[in-house]
Design a protein. Structure first.
Length: 483
């Protein structure tokens, strides 16, 4: 294999700065589209069906997030293996990893769909779903579970394509998915023309239809364009998850999925603490959090792009480029995030009024939160860049430990110590306190360099998966090329 193949971007050659930026922008655009789609769908449900329906979707979305967290972990693990294989010019190894990931995701998706349909009432009771929202949430959740295999598969396929250096195809089908969802939501909720009104089930059905159409479309596109990860003939057996591949995907994927769950759990704890401050502060925090969601997107997109690019270079043995990839990632992150923070602070009044209307007291409270906490997302972004580079070599436990310690130990510790002195401001200042700690610890691990030393031998041509662990470092990964 002389190159990564048609449709994939070779991230091991050429200028680092422009290559990284062109690779990261489609991922950032996909993230923004996905969040906008969720926000607009919430508006449809809230406006057309009322507060009870909106509460029902919120309860169902918590369960969906847990499912996506697990798939995200496996997807990132497969992204690293695929990217390292592409960098090592071993297309067969990339297809093996992709096939196992897709096959495992299919089996898991079907299991989740069946178990979720049956267990949906028990799950909602476990979440203490309000009685007035229970029936609506049950209908919504069961339709979502029906569509879960397609939805999870689309996510896995898109992450695999990014590992091969293709960020354009995932963006195309994210646009397709969002367009279908946005058009069908009001049509199926209200029942327009000959289509009957399905209420909240219509909202879920719109999301399901978008998932199935996107899945069929992206598979057809992969084969029509003969993209590098397509499987044909004997390669189709790769779809049956191989034990050696699964040891890599599960061993590295679970900690990455847990990172998402830890971040979500920390957010739930923060909401509980904010609720103690009263309705006005809670409303203000909800508005600020909506804006902060978009502020985190550059960090997540650039972290994913840096990880894929670094993994290809690790696979190619181009360690001379890793530090510069990190530096460019940090630079772009700073430029984008600082610009967004400036816009948010300059236009805070009209932005906050989108969520808070004319409630000036709540707008002022949200503005105060933003002044104290918004800058911390710069530090959060730098941490995600460092985690992304280390993840490119298979290091996943250290980031999980750092996040858990800083989000719960440092952030909550700061709150409890500072609250008697500064009151609610301790909540907003706990964000930068946690971000400073996480960046400091991530920089220590990164600069120590032990994460570079260990090698993860990926399954190649039926070899057993084996890890050669350096005593001073975490098991990590560089895929050995196969001659």
């Amino acid at each position: 294999m002389s190159g990564p193949g048609q449709g994939a971007r070779d991230l091991t050659q050429g200028p680092i700065g422009s290559t990284l930026l062109l690779f990261a922008i489609p991922t950032l655009a996909s993230n923004i589209l996905q969040s906008l789609n969720g926000s607009i769908n919430a508006i449809w449900v809230g406006r057309f069906l009322g507060a009870q329906a909106l509460a029902a979707t919120a309860n169902a979305n918590i369960i969906m997030f847990l499912m996506f967290s697990v798939v995200f972990g496996f997807g990132m693990a497969s992204t690293v293996v695929i990217a390292q294989s592409v960098g090592a010019r071993d297309l067969d190894a990339a297809r093996r990893a992709f096939g196992s990931a897709v096959g495992f995701c299919t089996i898991m998706g079907l299991g989740v769909a069946i178990g979720g349909w049956i267990g949906a009432p028990a799950l909602l009771r476990l979440l203490a779903t309000p009685a007035e929202a229970f029936d609506l949430a049950l209908v919504y959740l069961r339709v979502i579970f029906f569509a879960m295999p397609a939805t999870l598969l689309v996510v896995m396929i898109m992450m695999g394509l990014r590992g091969a250096g293709d960020a354009r195809t995932p963006l195309i089908f994210m646009i397709v998915s969002v367009a279908i969802d946005l058009v069908l939501n009001p049509v199926l909720i209200l029942g327009l023309g000959p289509i009957p009104a399905f209420g909240i089930a219509g909202s879920a059905a719109a999301t399901a239809a978008a998932g199935f159409v996107s899945l069929i479309g992206v598979i057809a596109f992969i084969y029509a364009k003969d993209l590098p990860l397509r499987l044909r003939g004997p390669e189709l057996r790769y779809l049956w998850p191989a034990a050696d591949q699964m040891r890599v995907l599960v061993g590295k994927g679970l900690p990455m999925g847990l990172q998402m769950i830890v971040m979500s759990a920390s957010g739930l704890v923060m909401i509980g603490l904010v609720n103690r401050e009263g309705l006005l502060v809670t409303a203000a925090y909800g508005a600020a959090q909506q804006i902060w969601t978009y502020l985190q997107m550059p960090a997540m997109a650039m972290g994913a792009a840096v990880s894929a690019m670094a993994a290809q270079n690790v696979g190619a043995g181009r360690w001379d480029r890793i530090s510069r990839i990190t530096g460019f990632g940090m630079g772009y992150l700073f430029a984008i995030t600082i610009t967004m923070i400036a816009i948010i602070l300059l236009f805070h009044a009209p932005l906050l009024s989108l969520f808070l209307g004319s409630n000036q007291a709540a707008i002022d409270a949200a503005w105060h939160m933003q002044l104290l906490a918004s800058w911390s997302f710069l530090l959060f972004g730098c941490t995600m860049i460092l985690f992304g580079v280390m993840r490119a070599n298979g290091v996943v436990v250290a980031p999980l430990v750092i996040l858990t310690f800083t989000l719960f130990g440092v952030r909550l510790g700061f709150y409890h110590l500072a609250y008697p002195v500064m009151g609610a401001d301790a909540l907003w200042l706990s964000f930068p306190a946690g971000s400073i700690a996480s960046l400091s610890l991530a920089a220590l691990v990164y600069l120590h360099g032990g994460w570079r030393k260990a090698k993860l031998m990926a399954p190649v041509h039926g070899e057993e998966c084996r890890e050669v662990v350096n005593s001073e470092s975490e098991p990590a990964g560089r895929i050995a090329p196969t001659g």
